[in-house]
Write a protein that binds this ligand. Structure first.
Ligand code: SAM
Length: 227
């Protein structure tokens, strides 16, 4: 009841034909767990993964953090600042977004690649993450587009093999609910909660800032791998 009351205080941000988690969600995730995702890795992504692994492996010891779908890299810089002993890589497929960020120094890097084959290449290299952030991925709000969401993609089960903690955020609660359900299927336990946007709160990303300025509720799933 309390949650419902809180939700109603905010503008409903997403136009969708879904009333709740997609009815096919669990079947889709299980099917992807039982099959191997075979789409070839683009040559550029293979090169980027190898550069990422070289960079991580060439650092002194410290946590390895991945910021998938990092956009302009604002969150990547934020994570590096908040975790001074960590080495942080932000990945996004948009050269345009990445070009808006001035990077190359310090203990984070931004790289252009498709996240899904990048995750697979990390798994194949047996590289484990300490933390994985996925902030405001494209929602694909129509029910028919379930398979374009992170948890509907054939690469989704790889997230459990990357290890570490995981945090996903969205302004669409159903997306986060679906992600939480899908995570429990692949072996990631966690909690869904509303972000507390207090006076001294700082947004981690441009999308987060925009949604918060519009008074929208922000949701997160925080989990950790069972294995
Ligand atoms: C809604 S934006 C969010 C960006 C950033 N996380 C933020 O909150 O400001 C989604 C981002 O995901 C990127 N993206 C979408 N699909 C991708 C994929 N398969 N691999 C890598 N990046 C992708 C887009 O280029 C875009 O920058």
């Amino acid at each position: 009841m309390i949650e419902q009351a809180q939700t109603n205080r905010y503008e409903e941000p997403i136009r969708t034909d879904q009333q709740g988690p997609h009815p096919d969600l669990v079947a889709v995730v299980k099917r992807h767990m039982d099959t191997t995702w075979r789409k070839p890795t683009p040559a550029h992504t293979a090169q980027v993964t190898s550069a990422a692994l070289d960079w991580w492996q060439g650092q002194p010891s410290g946590p390895h953090i991945l910021d998938s779908f990092c956009g302009t890299g604002m969150s990547t810089a934020h994570l590096a600042q908040q975790n001074p002993s960590a080495y942080v890589i932000g990945i996004d497929k948009s050269a345009d977004r990445l070009s808006k960020h001035d990077t190359g120094l310090g203990h984070y890097r931004l790289m252009r690649a498709e996240c899904e084959p990048f995750w697979r290449a990390l798994v194949e290299a047996r590289h484990r993450l300490d933390a994985h952030w996925l902030l405001y991925p494209n929602p694909w709000p129509k029910g028919q587009h379930l398979k374009r969401r992170i948890h509907g993609h054939p690469a989704f089960p790889l997230l459990a093999l990357l290890g570490g903690t995981i945090e996903l955020r969205s302004n669409w609660r159903i997306y986060v609910e679906e992600f939480a359900i899908a995570c429990s299927v692949i072996g990631i336990d966690g909690q869904l909660e509303q972000l507390a946007v207090t006076e001294d709160w700082q947004p981690m990303t441009l999308f987060e800032r925009k949604y918060a300025q519009r008074g929208q509720a922000l949701w997160r799933f925080r989990g950790h791998n069972r294995h």
